[in-house]
Design a protein around this ligand. Structure first.
Ligand code: FES
Length: 249
């Protein structure tokens, strides 16, 4: 079923990322996604967060649909179907949330008073959702050193005792997730990744989102580190929306 939802609020989170709020009484679990459509444009997968009694999608402009969403405002309508996919296995306990780029949007529903965040971005302008964490619980990392630690998300991990966390959640560019996976694999840690892949159907029919036989839309988008160990393609190749295989650097 497609839901026609009126935008009730638009919040600019960073110069290139904004959230669109709407009323929707569906239950959406942390880690699940929806397919978002606006007339005349392709559908795109997005995660939904519940904030301030409403729900919202957080959009980073990277293509025509997201550019159109970026130009929308209060009173306009967007169309959603879902929610789809496997949620995170748990959203309780002491959590470490590692979000790179717009990846923290997929983790936003998990933020509570037991959450520590590592928020990584290229520059200080792009730090996302720092204020959603309790004061002092967000560690900012920027590539240019304009805010917090200079470096990449994995650099911040080295300074933490990871055994204090019940679960570590990771979402961001695949090369960042691969670097974190390589650091954490083989350790006695509970780690879950949220994958971002090109999706067309969102329900396990088209195979456009597959990674080594796993369909990200149906078997994911959340995967435990033990499942990721069986994905030789992870961090190496992905399918473009045209179906062409792209090699990551
Ligand atoms: S998006 Fe079609 S199978 Fe996953």
């Amino acid at each position: 079923m497609i839901n026609r939802l009126k935008i009730i609020k638009k919040v600019r989170e960073t110069p290139t990322v904004f959230s669109l709020y709407f009323h929707w009484d569906a239950e959406v679990l942390p880690g699940q996604f929806v397919m978002v459509w606006v007339p005349g444009y392709s559908e795109v997968p997005m995660t939904v967060a519940s904030r301030e009694g409403e729900k919202c999608i957080t959009v980073k402009v990277y293509g025509k649909t997201t550019e159109r969403l970026g130009n929308m405002g209060e009173g306009e309508f967007l169309y959603l179907r879902g929610p789809y996919g496997k949620p995170f296995s748990s959203s309780r306990g002491k959590k470490l949330l590692i979000g790179g780029g717009s990846g923290m949007a997929s983790l936003r529903s998990l933020i509570d008073e037991d959450s520590t965040g590592i928020i990584a971005s290229k520059t200080s302008d792009e730090i996302l959702f720092e204020k959603d964490f309790k004061p002092g619980m967000a560690i900012c990392v920027t590539e240019d050193g304009s805010r917090g630690m200079k470096g990449l998300a994995p650099d911040a991990i080295n300074n933490l005792d990871l055994t204090q966390f019940d679960t570590i959640y990771v979402c961001g560019p695949e090369m960042m997730m691969k670097a974190i996976f390589d650091m954490l694999r083989g350790k006695e840690l509970n780690v879950e990744f949220s994958f971002e892949r090109s999706m067309k159907c969102g329900i396990g029919l088209c195979d456009s989102c597959s990674v080594d036989g796993f369909q990200v839309c149906r078997d994911g988008p959340t995967f435990h580190i033990k499942e990721v160990e069986n994905m030789a393609e992870f961090g190496k190749t992905r399918l473009a929306s045209s179906g062409k295989r792209i090699y990551m650097k």
